[in-house]
Design a protein around this ligand. Structure first.
Ligand code: UDP
Length: 243
């Protein structure tokens, strides 16, 4: 049997294949609840002040995650609503292209005190959790994407998410219901401004997104899918229809 995470990766094969979407672990350091004091301590260690609304993208510094586009969108939005930007991610040390992108983003940010560019180590799970929980709006402005786990992670924390309508992100976000889907820098800028100006609407997106992740993208659903696949393999085919 073969397992694919999404239909676009599936191939014509002679063995049975099943589609099983990825999931997040709500009990892991990346996703578990954190106390307010703990979040504040971590932000302080990272040099981020929580005095302004925080717009965040957590991603490897990779062109397909479009960190420069996020910076441009944030700059347009900031003309209307005061806010800070956090671009946090790793991947710059072992990936030469990542280092180039990180340098480019730093140059473009040109020491703006409201832009925090954080090159995080791979172990920074609690830090990512704290940054996501402290954020007012979370962006995932990918130009190309697989599943986009950062979207599930942000929605699980009940955050309003603005994300590129690519890869499997539309499976996680229904536009204007459980988040916002965008295609351009201008669209992203528009929605940053809108969500920062309409906190109740933003909160409702986050709440709907949280429920969607709870129902579809937690480890429990993932385990159920695998158990059904295993029961198919061991000959009990009565459950297969539910896969
Ligand atoms: N991530 C991380 N540290 C970073 C950047 C990302 O741990 O510096 C995590 C992020 O929280 C998510 C995963 O890496 O769990 C990225 O998965 P996603 O599907 O969003 O994108 P990919 O990097 O696989 O293209």
């Amino acid at each position: 049997m073969s397992v694919f995470s999404a239909p676009q990766f599936a191939r014509t094969l002679e063995i049975p294949q099943v589609l099983i979407a990825p999931s997040i672990d709500p009990l892991s350091d990346k996703n578990r609840e954190l106390g307010t004091g703990q979040i504040e301590d971590i932000l302080q260690q990272l040099g981020i002040h929580s005095d302004k609304p925080m717009v965040t993208q957590i991603s490897r510094f990779d062109r397909l995650k479009d960190p420069v586009g996020v910076l441009e969108a944030w700059r347009i939005a900031r003309r209307r609503v005061d806010c800070q930007l956090v671009l946090a991610g790793g991947g710059a040390t072992d990936d030469p292209e990542g280092a180039v992108v990180l340098r480019e983003v730093r140059e473009k940010a040109s020491d703006d005190p409201d832009v925090h560019i954080l090159d995080l180590p791979p172990t920074a799970n609690i830090e990512i959790n704290a940054i996501q929980r402290a954020s007012t709006v979370i962006i995932q402005k990918s130009l190309k994407e697989g599943f986009g786990l950062t979207v599930s992670e942000a929605l699980w924390k009940s955050k309003p998410v603005i994300a590129g309508s690519v890869g499997e992100i539309p499976l996680q976000i229904t536009h204007k219901y459980s988040g916002i889907l965008t295609h351009t820098v201008e669209g992203t800028a528009f929605w940053i401004k809108q969500l920062l100006s309409a906190p109740e609407f933003a909160q409702s997106l986050g709440a709907n997104g949280h429920n969607h992740v709870r129902n579809n993208f937690l480890r429990t659903r993932h385990m159920r899918d695998y158990l059904l696949a295993f029961s198919y393999l061991t000959g009990d085919r009565s459950d297969v229809i539910r896969l």
